[in-house]
Design a protein around this ligand. Sequence first.
Ligand code: NAD
Length: 472
Amino acid sequence: MQNIDEKQLREIVHRVVKDLDANAVSCNSTNHYGVFDSMDEAINASEKAQRTYMLCSMADREKYINALRETILDPANMEKMSRDAVAETGMGKYEYKLIKNRLAATKSPGPESLATEAFSGDGGLTLVEYCPFGVIGAITPATNPTETIICNSIGMLSGGNSVIFSPHPRAKKLSAWFVTILNQALVAAGAPDNLIATVREPSVETTNEMMSHPKVRMLVATGGPGIVKLVMSSGKKAIGAGAGNPPVVVDKTADIKKAAIDIVNGCAFDNNLPCIAEKEVVAVDSIADCLIQHMQENGAYLIKDATQIQALWDLVSNEKGGPAVNFVGKSATYILEKAGISIAASAQEPKVIIMETNADHPFVREEMMMPILPIVRARDVDTAIDLALEFENGNRHTAIMHSTDVDKLTKMAKLLQTTIFVKNAPSYAGIGVGGEGHATFTIAGPTGEGLTCAKSFCRMRRCVMSEALHIR
Ligand code: NAD
């Protein structure tokens, strides 16, 4: 028989113990792993879990967050969550979901980001610390179902909170499975069960129950204007991460080919589902033709015919003048096919559909969340910036500019006041894909937290020791 050294022996023991732990978890019939039939049960279990969690050490908190990251990044789980998101919601693309889920798991800051502030002097020592709210109610969108659960769970638990998710009903099966595996990982790491909870059948009623429940101390809504308004008028501490309609300005000083490639890639990302994704282009007249040509050479399908543009609008819009649900997050190929527009078999598969429109076209004014990108000409860069301000519609969400004119870049950033302003890159650089900074899928423009992270989900508390403990 082959001899084994001490290191190998340790590894074997570690693996056996881990398996035993996993079995113990799956055999424990008292665990709910976060999924409940009623909202009231979910909230009560969440409150109980948070009370225990508050007493855990910071080292434990780190360990639990690491367990979450490991479980999310497990290749089989990553594959399932990314495939099932597309299958259940009918939106987006598997390859992009993989990128987004991985991004949220790796670049959402953990407890290490909660630095304590201290004041010391003759009066003693005062600490100001990031502390939990308690139970947080988080409402998540159909467009980024698991991505939002990932960054919210990591941020909220890092801050010492527990969280109840009210997912979009279109992603309820996936969300329940995901909450279950996250709790299994937490419990296996030694955390209380139900730190992350949800209901099996989410609905407007269960969300309302969550929002008005006295045990829920903070609300976080990631979604359209309706739900953001609801949480902001709840009377509770609320974070609202709402809709965007990100404009892209391209001026004559830009690297036009790079701008074209970046815009196509940003717009096509997850079939344009992200709230940060390019939704309309304002191009300075002198470079517009060149930009369009480069876009065509890099994955854009140009529609020129006015009747075809109108027919496309009729196809993909609803009676209220917004996006038809069955076209949101669909690919350019799918949309063209449904519009009866055939592409030459030899042509490269289009990533986005582009067309020139006037400034008032609904494709420009509405947040469509599909890879259809209207292009509006402006006579000069100042006019382009003014138009972008109008198109952004006061959401103060995201804007992009391709230019090397520092003064105009500064002007646009100041004027639009968006939470994210991306210069010379695809929009997704703003959430950490090819750009610096942490990632999140809850970008809180209306309530001002910006790109949310553990700090956003904490209360600042002061702890004072009078006259002692300063050592200078
Ligand atoms: P949505 O507004 O339809 O739904 C979002 C969530 O709110 C869902 O869970 C839904 O069930 C719930 N909800 C909506 N209206 C409700 C009501 N009246 N009562 C109770 N619950 C209600 O949005 P969606 O289609 O899931 O997501 C797309 C929207 O979200 C877009 O507008 C997009 O820009 C925005 N979004 C914003 C961010 C951000 O970080 N700012 C991130 C992702 C999505």
